[in-house]
Design a protein around this ligand. Structure first.
Ligand code: CA
Ligand code: CA
Length: 313
């Protein structure tokens, strides 16, 4: 048993120590691979591929796995913010081996990779993000995504829907059109990421939050069109906040919340001196077709605006 444990540990270290050599991507990539920013431009924390012990079913085969049973891919979304799903494979084989999984998707949808290849010890599971792009003219409907290992295929239906039909949990901003006063030269901070449904900071620099391009210059603005006139009375703003990059040092400090009413921006809430990762602003209901955040200052010396998500209700 000790020998087996040692072998597994060595195999795991091998797999984890050389991810670029152990696995490879092939095929089109809708977004550039994450890059670490220089310190003055903000922190980065990206972990794209995870290899960890799984629960082997003892089938003796490679089994494709997916993070959910289906993928919802909204139409009309900025290509910089594609739909995402975790995919991968679990080794139920008896010996360590190089494992291949192919990724097929129905046209006209495209996936960020067509193949995942990795060294995988028995009982271990690999997962990695798959980005699915939906061209603007794609008809609504169900499309096929197939994950194939040599003896198994996992089919994950992809539902292409307009943002109006999304189950948005009451968040009127979800997957709506976003415009910002500036966009960082690094493509991993697109404005549309403030309405992608991911409010967690752990994916920062991986495409799920907006970093402006004008250090120490204010104001910065990010506006979300609501797809029509809606009654709104609450905005939740999530700024960068992790253990390593706390909001008190890297997050947004001061901002105004504005509502677009009859073509005019009205300030409906103000936040000053914030040090928290998220702030809820409640205000008297207004009828608006857009919501805008006017960023006025951030904490610390870096002085960029870093917003992970804005939710509107
Ligand atoms: Ca986000
Ligand atoms: Ca700025």
């Amino acid at each position: 048993m000790r020998l087996l444990s040692a072998a597994l540990a060595v195999a795991a270290v091998t797999a984890l120590a050389a991810p670029s050599a152990a696995w490879a991507l092939r095929g089109p990539s809708p977004t550039p691979s994450p890059a670490v920013q220089p310190p003055e431009q903000g922190p980065a924390s990206v972990s794209a591929v995870t290899i960890k012990p799984g629960t082997s079913k003892g089938t003796g085969r490679l089994t494709p796995v997916a993070g959910s049973g289906e993928l919802i891919a909204p139409l009309g979304v900025d290509p910089a913010c594609p739909a995402r799903i975790q995919v991968g494979m679990r080794s139920d084989t008896k010996k360590p081996a190089y494992a291949d999984m192919s990724v097929e998707i129905d046209a006209p949808l495209t996936a960020s990779r067509t193949m995942v290849t990795s060294y995988l010890p028995p009982g271990y599971e690999l997962t990695a993000p798959l980005l699915v792009a939906v061209p603007p003219a794609t008809p609504e409907g169900t499309y096929g995504l197939r994950l194939r290992t040599p003896h198994r295929t996992l089919s994950v239906p992809v539902q292409v829907v307009t943002p109006d039909k999304l189950d948005n949990g009451g968040n009127l901003a979800l997957r709506r059109q976003v415009t910002a006063s500036s966009q960082h030269v690094n493509a991993n901070y697109p404005p549309c990421s403030v309405a992608d449904g991911d409010s967690g900071s752990n994916g920062w620099a991986g495409g799920n939050g907006w970093n402006d391009a004008t250090a120490r210059t204010w104001p910065d603005t990010v506006a979300i069109a609501l797809g029509g006139v809606k009654q709104v009375s609450r905005v939740d703003l999530y700024t960068l906040n992790t253990e390593r990059y706390p909001a008190s040092t890297y997050g947004l400090r001061d901002w105004d919340v504005q509502a677009g009413v009859n073509g005019q921006w009205q300030t409906v809430a103000q936040v000053r001196g914030n040090t928290a990762g998220s702030v809820r602003s409640d205000f008297a209901p207004v009828t608006a077709d857009a919501v805008r955040v006017v960023a006025l200052a951030s904490n610390g010396a870096n002085d960029y605006t870093r917003i992970v998500e804005v939710e509107v209700r």
